[in-house]
Design a protein around this ligand. Structure first.
Ligand code: SAM
Length: 278
């Protein structure tokens, strides 16, 4: 995978995303640079995931959101309670037995800090660093057998925490964050991709799938944001369906390396689309 450094403005050191996330955009930031608006004061990111775009742009203000409750609880705790999170993380150990024990815990019975700590632990030690849930919303990735893996870079976590203090954090469907938009805001939309083929799906970030209906609802939201006077940029797969959905807008092809996909056809370099209204 190509690694691009993301700048931390507070100390001039690279700011690394704290978690690995399927579909994360760190590897595409270099290709995105000429596509971002020249100035971004207020960013709205309703499909936040690993937050590569937010951490790169480091706007003065932001609304960040995602449908994954464990993910957004994690960011809230990183922002508001980094000391307690780091203390809790230290009790975890890297063994197969312990991993499955932590995986089987019910997050709804835990404190926010314990949930965030469990989330980070599973993200680090799951196979491929993957966070994937089944239709009941339960994490279902097997143990990854990673020796000598550091659970957390404390210094980086504190810098991420400081950066997140500029953001309002929401959890829910993308429409929730879009209720808050105002003219002039920059909205980056990075939904689960429309599958290239029936066998190339990765739609299990959350219990609810993101199907054709959701893609249509999102395209309508894109048009509404355009009418409202927002600058909108959207990533998606390069398929006849996505090209048709956004016909009339600026379409740019970028090249991505797929790294999280169990199907061999999903590996290697592929073309993806960036769609913009500016
Ligand atoms: C392609 S990933 C985003 C990756 C992110 N840009 C990054 O750099 O890591 C898509 C995200 O959409 C979230 N998601 C799925 N369905 C959603 C919905 N209906 N509303 C909002 N977020 C949703 C998933 O949890 C996932 O984090």
């Amino acid at each position: 995978m190509i690694t691009i450094s993301v700048h931390s403005w507070s100390k001039g050191l690279p700011l690394k995303p704290v978690i690995k996330w399927a579909g994360g955009k760190s590897q595409l930031i270099a290709q995105f640079l000429p596509l971002f608006p020249s100035k971004v004061n207020f960013l709205v990111e309703p499909f936040f995931g690993g937050g590569a775009v937010f951490f790169h742009l480091n706007p003065q203000k932001a609304i960040i959101a995602d449908k994954s409750e464990e993910l957004m609880n994690f960011y809230r705790v990183v922002r508001d309670n980094p000391d307690q999170l780091i203390a809790d993380i230290k009790r975890h150990v890297n063994t197969k037995e312990y991993y499955y024990q932590v995986r089987s815990l019910d997050p709804s019975q835990m404190t926010d800090v314990e949930r965030a700590s469990r989330f980070l632990y599973l993200n680090k030690f799951a196979y491929n660093g993957l966070w994937r849930v089944n239709s009941k919303g339960l994490h279902n990735v097997p143990y990854g057998y990673y020796k000598n893996k550091r659970l957390v870079d404390e210094e980086n976590l504190y810098r991420i925490s400081a950066t997140l203090r500029k953001a309002r954090i929401l959890c829910g469907d993308f429409s929730l964050a879009l209720e808050e938009t105002e003219p002039g805001m920059f909205v980056y939309l990075d939904p689960p991709y429309h599958p290239l083929s029936e066998t190339a799906k990765f739609t299990s970030y959350t219990a609810a799938p993101f199907g054709k209906e959701e893609q249509l609802r999102l395209a309508q939201a894109f048009h509404n944001l355009d009418k409202q006077g927002c600058r909108v940029m959207l990533s998606n797969s390069d398929t006849p369906f996505t090209r048709e959905l956004y016909r009339g807008y600026d379409l740019v092809e970028v090249t991505a390396r797929r790294s999280i996909n169990c199907k061999a056809e999903g590996r290697g370099l592929i073309t993806e689309l960036v769609i913009r209204n500016y």
